[in-house]
Design a binder for this molecule. Structure first.
Ligand code: ATP
Ligand code: MG
Length: 389
């Protein structure tokens, strides 16, 4: 008997004329994510996608896990793909559900018939299949209102599918249907969550990380690689540029007023990130900022950092509490990595009394002693590239 993964598309169902393009991207992303699970065919068919293994070595469990993380999927399930004949559906479909129904007391059968040539109507299919389940599994009874299990029989173009329940998909939109954006990734809790949230909206990610050796260690950089690698399980591969930031931080520390260190540093990050974003064909920057979380994230401070770039800056966490951000970071398994204690460049030269209500002109004056263009250019030239998957 053939077993398949049956996938229901998410929000992209709404996309009217673009739907087919969106589905093609979803199929491509899905193929990429499950190719390591073994030989299979991935096909679109009537607003669902079908994953058909081509041999017995296909790792179903790993494929289901990978599918769970692909954006653009509302729900999915394992299903038996059976010949379109009611006797065969019962003969093979009833034993197929043995495990799934083992711990249930009640069930109902829902039938869908997109092949209108099938000789039985949906109510008859449900009645026949439900009757066969009751005859074989004596611990079961029917409850149409609040069943423990919903058994679905779907008659489609090539097969009849039998399945029990559905696993919730990751939702959102297929990655790359909303263009590309550059995430400023630190080793903290927030930026990996911000990256994940924008990937969920269909954005393909590129990343920049600012490192200040010897003040920051190689292990701090590896931590960033591991964080991105975790995000990449959802977003697909991420190209990371690591930017040498030591010279800039030393120059700021040496020549600028201490209370503005962090703001001037963040303005450099934004300028460099925008330059990298243009090179990487990105249409926006992404940060993990949230209003009021730290001194550099008050509205006046955000204005000071924002004003050096022209590109839109996406801040998906802007209105979220730390608790809510942590909840997502646990869900996507970045939290445990984020809390490992490695120093980030932000913590190297932190002022004792940062300005929470900075005036833009004063910050501009404070940084004007530096050769900003030359510093930015050298940092961009020193960028090291790495593909993270
Ligand atoms: P995070 O938890 O993401 O580090 P945070 O609350 O610690 O955020 P900041 O350290 O002020 O806040 O940084 C604000 C944002 O600036 C981060 O979310 C991230 O997008 C960016 N950022 C900070 N440090 C770096 C870095 N070393 N490299 C790249 N981006 C950074
Ligand atoms: Mg940080």
């Amino acid at each position: 008997m053939k077993e398949v993964i049956l996938i229901k598309n998410g929000e992209l169902v709404l996309k009217g004329l673009n739907r087919s393009t969106f589905e093609d991207v979803l199929v491509k992303n899905l193929k990429y994510r499950i190719k390591k699970c073994g030989a299979c065919e991935v096909k679109k068919s009537q607003s669902t996608i079908l994953v058909e293994p081509l041999d017995d070595d296909f790792d179903f469990k790993a494929a289901l896990k990978a599918t769970e993380r692909v954006f653009g999927i509302a729900g999915f399930s394992r299903a038996a793909a059976l010949p379109k004949d009611m006797d065969e559906i019962i003969r093979l479909g009833v034993p197929y559900l043995e495990d799934a129904l083992k711990n249930c007391k009640t069930f109902k059968v829902e039938s869908k018939r997109s092949d209108k040539k099938f000789p039985l109507g949906s109510p008859e299919i449900s009645a026949n299949f439900g009757g066969a389940l009751l005859a074989k599994y004596h611990h079961l009874s029917v409850d149409v209102h609040d069943p423990d299990a919903v058994v679905v029989v779907e008659i489609r173009d090539k097969y009849a599918f039998v399945r029990c329940g559905q696993i919730k998909g990751a939702g959102g939109m297929p990655v790359s249907t909303s263009g590309r954006a550059e995430i400023l990734i630190s080793g903290g809790i927030d930026s990996p969550v911000a990256a994940w949230m924008m990937a969920k909206r269909g954005i393909q990610l590129a990343a920049v990380h600012f490192a200040s050796p010897p003040y920051t260690s190689a292990r701090a950089e590896q931590k960033v690689h591991r964080l991105l690698s975790q995000v990449a399980k959802y977003s697909g591969p991420i190209g990371l540029h690591t930017i040498p930031f030591t010279e800039i931080q030393e120059q700021i520390a040496e020549h600028c007023r201490e209370e503005y260190f962090t703001l001037i540093m963040r303005r450099f990050m934004m300028r460099i990130a925008e330059k990298m974003a243009i090179k990487e064909h990105c249409g926006a920057l992404i940060t993990g900022e949230s209003v009021g979380q730290v001194a550099s994230q008050t509205l006046p401070a955000l204005n000071v950092t924002n004003s050096v770039v022209e590109m839109p800056v996406l801040r998906p966490l802007i209105g979220m509490d730390k608790d809510e951000i942590i909840e997502i970071s646990r869900k996507i398994d970045t939290f445990e990595i984020s809390i490992e204690p490695f120093e980030d460049c932000c913590t190297v030269f932190t002022p004792k009394h940062p300005k929470t209500r900075p005036e833009l002109q004063k910050v501009i004056d404070a940084e004007s002693v530096l050769d900003i263009d030359a510093l930015v250019e050298r940092a961009v030239e020193g960028a090291q590239f790495m593909m993270i998957d």
